[in-house]
Design a protein. Structure first.
Length: 340
């Protein structure tokens, strides 16, 4: 639903990552933050001191039943995303959601058909990596053919926060996927950088690191991706690694190679370039609010597109869910796309 009013009435569900959304919405002159929801009353009490003009609730339905709200930022636990998306659509509210969109192919199908019937509903997702300066530069180099033809990419989502899956909510919900909960960022990044379509995937996983813990799911998943143009990729969602949280990416082109490892990135310009010029990885704080800000821009002006578009979200989800299916089937799985 495109908006023409002076300010957008907004609400936030979940005060983990959602607290940053609440902060940005409260600061943004284009929005009125009027409702915030979290199950934990202590979080509500703490934030009441910061946002005196905002109401707080423990019940998400308070948001969906409020006809004044135009935009819902969904930052609840992963297993609630499907329900909160469907409630947003049913109540004719635009939504901005943390990844993943949902947890199963059945849920994605139902959301897709609901969106097909409600084309005025606008949505985006907080896939922040593509807005990092080094990746924006890499995207330009790919478009200008400076990299040559991209033939292989390897990405690693090294979570490095094992206690969050062994002791936190991720290990307590009915199902948690490290691909959907983390690797999805790199899958989206690879799709966005190349503009190519994944044809099929095959994947394996293990939980050797968390074997003696209460975490019931794979903490490490490796997937191979085959693209329709012949390109290949490997994506590793490694949640139990003994490292700080970081992302690594290797992009191999016929003219140049881009490599990001931990805090540095560089380009190999030729096969004898043994001393490439290194630069520090930069994830500026403003980057984290830019995706939401661009979505708000698009609500005001239909000619302005958000940084993360509708179809891109569905495509990254389709690839991620095929990876999940392959873990179970142990064979190559075709990616099922849902085109709006």
């Amino acid at each position: 639903m495109r908006l023409v009013k002076k300010r957008i009435n907004s609400a936030v569900i979940g005060l983990g990552v959602g607290e940053l959304h609440a902060k940005n919405l409260h600061r943004d002159r284009r929005t009125n933050l009027i409702l915030v929801c979290d199950k934990n009353p202590k979080k509500n009490i703490l934030l009441k001191k910061k946002y005196t003009n905002c109401k707080f609730t423990k019940n998400p339905n308070t948001i969906f039943n409020n006809p004044l709200i135009d935009l819902v930022c969904i930052a609840s636990y992963d297993n609630y995303h499907y329900k909160h998306i469907m409630n947003s659509i049913n109540s004719k509210k635009n939504f901005f959601i943390e990844k993943p969109f949902c947890l199963t192919e059945t849920e994605l199908k139902k959301i897709f058909f609901k969106l097909k019937k409600n084309k005025n509903i606008q949505f985006s997702s907080n896939l922040v990596l593509r807005n990092s300066p080094q990746f924006l530069e890499l995207k330009k180099n790919i478009l200008k053919n400076i990299m040559g033809k991209i033939y292989h990419i390897e990405g690693n989502y090294n979570y490095g926060r094992m206690t969050k899956i062994t002791n936190g909510w991720r290990g307590k919900i009915p199902f948690y996927s490290v691909t959907l909960g983390g690797g999805l960022h790199l899958i989206d990044l690879i799709l966005w950088l190349t503009g190519q379509r994944v044809e099929k995937v095959i994947s394996i996983g293990n939980k050797l690191s968390t074997f003696k813990t209460k975490f019931k799911y794979n903490d490490n998943v490796v997937a191979l991706l085959k693209f329709t143009n012949g390109m290949t990729a490997k994506v590793n969602s490694n949640f139990s690694c003994v490292t700080p949280h970081h992302h690594s990416l290797e992009v191999f082109g016929t003219h140049k190679t881009f490599i990001q490892k931990y805090k540095k990135f560089y380009y190999f310009k030729n096969r004898s370039d043994s001393n490439p010029s290194e630069k520090l990885v930069n994830y500026p704080k403003k980057m984290k609010g830019a995706i939401l800000s661009s979505f708000i821009n698009s609500l005001y002006n239909c000619k302005m597109e958000p940084i993360v578009k509708k179809q891109e979200i569905l495509n990254a989800m389709s690839v991620s869910l095929a990876i999940e299916r392959s873990i179970s089937s142990r064979i190559w799985e075709k990616v099922n796309y849902y085109n709006l």
